[in-house]
Ligand binder design. Structure first.
Ligand code: ADP
Ligand code: ADP
Length: 233
C-alpha cells in the first residue's frame, strides 16, 4: 500500500555520500517521522521526493512506477506536496490568495472560480480543519506561525496531495502553536494522507509518529513502527 517507496537510494554530491542505501516507505494514513542529526541527510531525502534533486542510485517508486523527478512541479503533480520551513507563502498577500497561490502547478479548480467563490472555499476548508481565520482579506503575514503552517498544509490537502512532506513544521513554534500544528497533522493522517514529518523534536515525533526512521551519516539506522518500539499503549 506504499504511495512512495525509496529502495536502496543513494545520493552523492560530488564525492560526499549524503544518502547511502536508504529504504523508506510512505503509506497512506500514516505519519512517518524522519529523525537525525544535522548532516544526516534529512534535507537531501526531502529534496529527492520533492523534485529539487535527483538520486544517484537505487529506485524511487511512486504509485507503482519508478520516477526521477526533475522539478518540484513533477513531484506536486504526482500528489506529493512539500511544506518547507519558509512555507512559500507571500506575506503581503491576503490569506485567501495565499490559499490559492501556487495552484497553477496543480490540477486545481482555480481557473474556474471567481474571487467570491475562492474566499468561500478557503473559509470552508480552514473551518473544516478547525483553524478558521476571522478575516481572509488580511495579509497572511499577520497570522501566527502555527496558523501559517496549518494554512500551508490545508492548501496542499485541498489541491489533492496524497503525500505531505513537512520540514520541521514546529521548529519555530511555541508549545501551544506546536500543539495546533500536531493536531492538524493527525487530522491529515486520519483523512488518509501519507505524512512525512522531519523533526528534531523527539517529543513531537512520539506524539504523532506511527513509524520512525532514523538517519545517521546518510544511512538508516532505525526503521520501526510505533508498535515495534513499544510506544503504542
Ligand atoms: P540534514 O538535512 O540531515 O542536515 P543534509 O541532507 O542537508 O542533512 O546533508 C547531508 C550531507 O550532504 C551533509 O554531509 C552535507 O554536508 C552534504 N550536502 C548537502 N547538500 C549538499 C550540496 N548541495 N553539496 C554538497 N554537499 C551537500
Ligand atoms: P540547489 O541544487 O537547488 O542549488 P543545493 O543543494 O546546492 O541546492 O543547496 C541547497 C541547500 O544545501 C542550501 O541550504 C545550502 O546551504 C546547502 N548546501 C549546499 N552545499 C552544501 C554543502 N557542501 N554542505 C552542506 N550543505 C550544503
Amino acid at each position: 500500500t506504499a504511495i512512495v517507496q525509496l529502495v536502496d537510494v543513494g545520493k552523492a554530491y560530488g564525492n560526499v555520500d549524503a544518502l547511502r542505501g536508504v529504504d523508506l516507505t510512505v503509506r497512506p494514513g500514516e505519519v512517518t517521522c524522519v529523525l537525525g542529526d544535522n548532516g544526516a541527510g534529512k534535507s537531501t531525502l526531502i529534496k529527492i521526493m520533492s523534485g529539487l534533486h535527483d538520486y544517484t542510485s537505487g529506485e524511487m517508486v511512486v504509485d507503482g512506477e519508478v520516477r526521477h523527478f526533475s522539478s518540484p512541479r513533477q513531484s506536486l503533480s504526482s500528489g506529493i506536496a512539500t511544506v518547507y520551513q519558509d512555507l512559500a507563502l507571500a506575506p503581503l498577500q491576503s490569506v485567501w490568495r495565499n490559499f490559492f497561490l501556487g495552484n497553477e502547478l496543480t490540477k486545481g479548480p482555480f481557473g474556474a472560480l471567481d474571487i467570491k467563490r475562492m474566499k468561500a472555499v478557503c473559509d470552508e476548508e480552514l473551518t473544516k480543519m478547525g483553524i478558521a481565520v476571522p478575516d481572509l482579506d488580511r495579509p497572511v503575514g499577520g497570522l501566527s506561525g502555527g496558523q501559517k503552517q496549518c494554512l500551508a498544509i490545508a492548501r496542499a490537502i485541498y489541491f489533492g496531495a496524497k503525500v505531505i512532506i513537512l520540514d520541521e513544521p514546529t521548529a519555530a513554534l511555541g508549545v501551544k502553536q506546536s500543539g495546533v500544528v500536531l493536531k492538524y497533522i493527525m487530522a491529515a493522517r486520519d483523512a488518509g494522507l501519507g505524512v512525512v514529518l522531519i523533526t528534531h523534536n523527539p517529543h513531537h515525533a512520539y506524539l504523532v509518529g506511527d513509524h520512525f526512521v532514523v538517519l545517521k551519516l546518510g544511512r538508516v539506522t532505525l526503521d520501526a513502527s510505533k508498535r515495534e518500539i513499544g510506544l503504542d499503549e
